[in-house]
Design a protein around this ligand. Structure first.
Ligand code: C5J
Length: 230
C-alpha cells in the first residue's frame, strides 16, 4: 500500500483519505443473516433483501486486496455455552428459533456453526482479520481497537449488514473513537429497504454527524485514480 491519498465523491462532501491509514471493514456477511434457516429468518425477515450488497462488497474487497489495504471481517455470534449472550438478547421477541437453538445450519448465531460463517462469495483470506463480536457494534468486547491501532488506521470504509443495526452501531462506535468512516451505500443492506435508506441518511445528515456515505463506484473510482497517478 502506497502513502497516496484518494478523494472519494461522498456525501455530504468529498473526503480525501490516506489509503495507507484506511481499512475496509465488512460487517457480518454471515450465512446466519444472509441465508434461509439462519438467525435473520428466525426473526421473520425476508433474507433475500440482503443479497444486493454482495456484488458491490465483492468489488471493493477485490480492489482492497489488490492494493494491499487492511481488510477486517466481523461476525456476530456467541460462545457455545452462551456465557457472552445476555439473557435480554436471547429471550427477546418471539423468534421461530432462539439464539443457541439447533437450526438447519447448526445452532443459531453460535461461533463455529455453519450459519455463523461468512458467505463463500466474500470468504476471508487467511491473511485477513476476522473479529468475532457478541454485540451489534464491532468495538464492544472485541480486539478491534488494538488491531486498528497496530496498523495505524485512521479511516474506515464500512459495508455489510444490516445497515441500521450492526453497520450503524459500528459506525457510531468508530466515530466516537475518532475514526473517519465512509459507509458504502450499495455495499450495505437491510431487511427493510426504508431502514436502509434512513440508516444512511442518519450517518450523513447534519454535515456528516457520524461519517460519510459513498457508492461502491465512487470508492472504486477514488482507489483506481490513485493507482493511475502513482
Ligand atoms: C442484526 C446485524 N441485525 N448484523 N445484526 O441483528 O445487523
Amino acid at each position: 500500500m502506497t502513502n497516496s491519498s484518494g478523494t472519494i465523491a461522498a456525501e455530504p462532501e468529498p473526503i480525501a483519505l490516506d489509503w495507507s491509514k484506511t481499512a475496509l471493514v465488512i460487517i457480518d456477511m454471515q450465512r446466519d443473516f444472509m441465508e434461509p434457516g439462519g438467525f435473520g429468518e428466525t426473526l421473520g425477515n425476508d433474507v433475500s433483501q440482503l443479497a444486493r450488497a454482495v456484488k458491490p462488497i465483492g468489488a471493493v474487497l477485490a480492489a482492497a486486496r489488490d492494493s494491499g489495504m487492511l481488510v477486517v471481517h466481523t461476525r456476530e455470534g456467541h460462545l457455545p455455552d452462551l456465557s457472552d449472550a445476555p439473557p435480554a438478547k436471547v429471550e427477546r421477541g418471539a423468534p421461530s428459533l432462539r439464539i443457541g437453538d439447533p437450526g438447519p445450519m447448526g445452532r443459531i448465531l453460535i461461533r463455529g456453526e455453519a450459519g455463523h460463517d461468512i458467505i463463500p462469495e466474500l470468504y476471508p483470506l487467511d491473511s485477513e482479520i476476522v473479529i468475532d463480536k457478541p454485540g451489534k457494534g464491532a468495538f464492544y468486547a472485541t480486539e478491534l481497537t488494538d488491531v486498528l491501532q497496530k496498523y495505524g488506521i485512521e479511516n474506515l470504509l464500512v459495508c455489510g449488514v444490516t445497515t441500521e443495526v450492526c453497520v450503524n452501531t459500528t459506525v457510531r462506535e468508530a466515530n466516537d473513537r475518532g475514526y473517519r468512516c465512509v459507509v458504502i451505500s450499495d455495499g450495505c443492506a437491510s431487511y427493510f429497504p426504508e431502514f436502509h435508506e434512513m440508516g444512511l441518511r442518519m450517518i450523513k445528515a447534519q454535515g456528516g454527524i457520524f461519517g460519510w456515505v459513498a457508492s461502491s463506484a465512487a470508492v472504486l473510482e477514488a482507489m483506481e485514480t490513485t493507482k493511475t497517478l502513482a
